[in-house]
Design a binder for this molecule. Structure first.
Ligand SMILES: C[S@@+](CC[C@H](N)C(=O)[O-])C[C@H]1O[C@@H](n2cnc3c(N)ncnc32)[C@H](O)[C@@H]1O
Length: 277
């Protein structure tokens, strides 16, 4: 439970938030205009690689208009709205953090997608859905926060129909990652039990998935993360105005530490796809 509290706190204090999205829209003079999902995409994707990364997962999971999609750990709902608007599918966006879940529902209604994206507050290790309810399950940069990754994968398998597809990306540990660095990632970013690519492959098999695909994203993420850090720093004035100097400095320090680990080859990313057997 301590870990769950840590994750909730981390995202309650996170600079990327509904308020930040609304402030960015206001700066562009779009606060009151009729809005579409596209107006939010520059601000509502809390993962690496932007819309192209969501699109790749959707392709791997075979998402089309009739696919019933579950977005696990949906954040502010950016990927769910992208899928609903581009692929015309129904998406359930599951999110643990109450503020983020409520923000997702409000942002989704603001762009008129509430009939395609349903927000459910819940824990990915105990999904509040019956078995076989979904055809595809996606997730981005979130399992890193969950102790029992096997439990999430077993739950994803349970709620997928046989033949359904899972596709997700996550941080992966590389051999040089030290215990002290793991500890700091846990304390600073609520990141826990980071897996290697091979360990994830084994967990997927044990959870009842076959046809497992694994891609190493370490090289791709190095450039993406450096650019994200620069973008965060470019928004310094706005972040300080909203959250104060101390919060800006705190996130700058932890984010730079994280990006440094990726650039040093101690931490990487993986893209995984698999079929529910
Ligand atoms: C880095 S954000 C990614 C958000 C979203 N996937 C995106 O790409 O924009 C990670 C999200 O996972 C959520 N999360 C962490 N642990 C969770 C859990 N056990 N169940 C559901 N959501 C969880 C966090 O609250 C946070 O919103």
């Amino acid at each position: 439970m301590g870990r769950v509290r840590d994750v909730v706190d981390f995202y309650d204090r996170h600079p990327i938030s509904e308020a930040q999205v609304l402030a960015a829209l206001a700066r562009r003079g779009r606060a009151r205009a009729p809005l579409t999902a596209d107006d939010l995409f520059a601000f509502d994707q809390d993962h690496y690689g932007g819309l192209a990364a969501v699109d790749t997962l959707a392709r791997l999971a075979g998402v089309g208009a009739s696919t019933r999609v579950l977005d696990l750990c949906a954040g502010l709902g950016g990927p769910a709205r992208f899928l609903a608007s581009r692929r015309s599918c129904q998406v359930v966006a599951l999110e643990l953090n109450a503020g983020r879940a409520a923000g997702t529902a409000r942002l989704t209604a603001m762009v008129g997608l509430q009939h395609r994206v349903r927000v459910v507050r819940g824990d990915a290790t105990r999904l509040p859905f019956r078995g076989g309810r979904f055809d595809a399950c996606l997730s981005q940069e979130a399992l890193l926060h969950i102790d029992d990754k096997g439990a999430v994968l077993r739950e994803a398998r349970r709620v997928l129909t046989p033949g359904g597809r899972l596709a997700f990306t996550d941080w992966v540990a590389r051999p040089a990652l030290g215990d002290g660095e793991r500890r700091r990632l846990r304390e600073w970013m609520a990141a826990t039990t980071l897996q290697t690519l091979d360990a994830y492959r084994a967990l997927l098999g044990a959870a009842g998935f076959g046809a497992v695909g694994v891609e190493d994203l370490a090289d791709e993420w190095r450039a993406v993360l450096r650019a994200r850090l620069e973008m965060f720093r470019a928004m310094r004035e706005d972040t300080v105005a909203r959250l104060g100097e101390a919060r800006y400095a705190e996130y700058d320090q932890l984010y730079a530490f994280f990006v440094g680990l990726v650039e040093a080859g101690k931490l990487g990313g993986g893209r995984f796809s698999a079929t529910a057997m």
